[in-house]
Design a protein around this ligand. Structure first.
Ligand SMILES: NC(=O)c1ccc[n+]([C@@H]2O[C@H](COP(=O)([O-])OP(=O)(O)OC[C@H]3O[C@@H](n4cnc5c(N)ncnc54)[C@H](O)[C@@H]3O)[C@@H](O)[C@H]2O)c1
Length: 335
């Protein structure tokens, strides 16, 4: 298949593209290589992908419609739309970046998919859309109407725009809600990376909400496996459907559904740090801080639907996943 991966120089897009290349697909990657975090890491990821003759990487912003249109050309068999301005905290500092990338960028891509429909588009979304929901675990069929940050609001809006296009132009779309993804080649703005940097620099680790936070940490290889298996689980239009699953999130009017991809085992922040200390063979110093604005105390995925659709659900224990991350981190930074 010819597959477009947006955000191919990003953490998850890079791993996704690498997996699809291994499966024998031809991949076109597009990434704005934005300066939100170290561009060198993004360029390095793209350079690795370029080692395959079946990968073509482009540097372009999704909000640049002429550039995106030239890359999109006559279209693709499938699209993984993973490019975004990510990060909960940065959305307080630079909200406009979220509108540009997540709303305008997604809109431009939807417009192109309207002109030349892929057989299936899979869009990255986030557990952050569950916002102020207190009922756990989070299910795809729960209402998600109270986002706590502009990041969450922009991702929810992108989900909804995709539903409208799916309905109007019959584009099969699966929205993937990710839960705190970690692993090699990870994001320097996320907790594990920051903790590792502090640990190896002998600085104290900033522990928010005094450690009283739980996250459903999901290992990157599990996420990629799930997103890969979902490629052939194309949502069907209502008139084409067979017997429904017990708890499907399918739209009543469009070939569109939402699927959580999470580990279903929320872990306390301090337990996560303990796994890091064990993997690094060092003891951390802590700097306990209050909860940050826009943060939620717990994320917890219900991955029933993913399991029902694919027979797979993430299960890599954090201890193992963190060990793989640390092995990569040591090699990459020579520490
Ligand atoms: N990592 C996680 O824990 C997590 C959790 C939930 C959801 N997500 C979602 O998964 C997707 C991938 O996230 P990631 O962790 O790989 O983040 P990332 O920042 O590493 O990757 C995103 C990529 O998109 C690119 N990008 C940003 N704005 C762009 C624009 N306007 N035009 C073109 N490219 C642009 C960036 O340069 C970057 O390489 C995002 O949609 C994110 O919202 C990630």
């Amino acid at each position: 298949m010819r597959i477009l991966v947006t955000g191919s120089a990003g953490f998850i897009g890079f791993h996704m593209a690498r997996r699809l290349l291994r499966e024998g697909h031809n991949i076109v990657g597009v990434d704005g290589i934005t300066p939100y975090y170290d561009r060198k890491l993004k360029l390095h990821r793209h350079a690795i992908l370029r080692q395959s003759p079946r990968f073509r990487g482009h540097e372009a912003l999704l909000e640049d419609f002429p550039a995106l249109s030239a890359i999109y050309g006559s279209g693709f068999d499938a699209v993984y739309h993973f490019a975004a301005q990510a990060g909960v905290r940065y959305s307080l500092e630079n909200p406009r970046a979220y509108i540009d990338a997540n709303l305008m960028g997604t809109f431009n891509l939807l417009e192109l998919m309207r002109q030349s429909r892929p057989a299936h588009a899979l869009l990255a979304s986030t557990s952050s859309v569950y916002g102020a929901n207190s009922q756990i675990p989070f299910r795809e069929t729960d209402r998600a109407d109270h986002p706590l940050t502009l990041y969450a609001a922009s991702k929810k809006a992108a989900e909804e725009m995709s539903h409208a296009y799916s309905h109007l132009f019959n584009i099969p779309i699966t929205v993937l809600r990710f839960f705190t993804v970690y692993g090699p080649f990870g994001r320097p703005d996320m907790a594990l990376f920051k903790f590792a940097a502090a640990l190896f620099d002998d600085r104290p680790l900033d522990i928010y909400n005094h450690g009283n936070m739980k996250r459903d940490f999901t290992y990157i290889d599990d996420l990629v496996e799930a997103a890969f298996l979902l490629l052939c689980r194309t949502p069907e239009a209502p008139e084409a459907r067979g017997a429904p699953l017990a708890r499907d999130s399918l739209s009543p009017v469009a070939p569109w559904r939402v699927v959580n991809i999470g580990n279903e085992t929320p872990l306390g922040l301090l337990e996560f740090v303990a796994a890091l200390e064990a993997a690094a063979g060092r003891k951390a110093k802590y700097n306990f801080l209050d909860m940050q604005q826009g943060d939620v105390p717990v994320t917890f995925a219900d991955s029933w639907l993913l399991r029902a659709l694919t027979g797979f659900a993430p299960a890599t224990p954090v201890k193992e996943g963190v060990k793989c991350f640390i092995a990569w981190y040591r090699g990459y930074f020579g520490v």
